[in-house]
Design a protein around this ligand. Sequence first.
Ligand code: ATP
Length: 279
Amino acid sequence: MTSTCHTHDAHMTPSQTAIDAQRPGVSEHPPTGLPANPPADPSARPLLDVQQLRGGYGQVEVLRGISLQVRAGEIVALLGSNGAGKTTLNHMLSGLVPTTGGHVFFDGQELTHRHYREVVQAGLIQVPEGRRIFPNLNVLENLELGAYTRGRERRAANLAKVFSIFPRLLERRTQKAGTLSGGEQQMLAIGRGLMAEPVLLILDEPSLGLSPLLVEEMFGLIRRLHEDGLAVLLVEQNVGQSLEIADRAYVMENGSLRFEGTPAQLLASAELKQAYLGL
Ligand code: ATP
């Protein structure tokens, strides 16, 4: 692994842990069938390159100079306690919260200050915290809306692929989304994101509110998507499982980054684990 370890207020000693050893090289699951992206190339220009991003709500500056990268094919975990600014960062990446400084480059173009639709068109797709499905539309209608801005031409084929990943959604395709269980709603939110053919998928707290069994399934799914080559920025409170599947991690606190490096490097720091991860 070529990642550098970087802390702002703690010294780290890079070391290998069981986390690296646990990462399987071979999938136990069938491929998802979604369009495959090229595998991670550490020397390549990052797919997502966030440079010194600042911004917030009105006069309140929440992000105070965030620099973060996701390379093609990587899973990057973004960790931090409640209120650290993770969701605000996601909203800024999607053009939903104004940027007052810094830059966002994605897949060869600058997306800073771009409209939400242009961000989606570029393939930077978010599955927001709280799922944000349309409760009065049925499952099929929710999924089809996922292809409204991007992926329209291949909507039928992508729908078939989403149903093959989530057979439960096929069973419930005519059911109103608001009547689905929490786990099914999370599947629907991710399925809707996949309908837009993501180049980078941002998942904001996908395991929130799920039973332990469904959490396992959710992380298994993220691993499968990754094995198909999809790049994922994973925002999670579930630190342990996120670090098991992540290639690299960032820890955010009060709108600034406190750490960037590999899961092994992060887990080697008792100070960081205790201060920011509750481990
Ligand atoms: P959580 O996991 O609890 O969502 P987070 O790391 O995603 O935490 P944010 O939701 O980005 O954190 O919140 C960062 C800061 O921004 C908090 O202090 C929060 O109160 C503030 N904030 C969030 N949304 C708004 C808003 N719409 N208007 C004003 N302040 C906000």
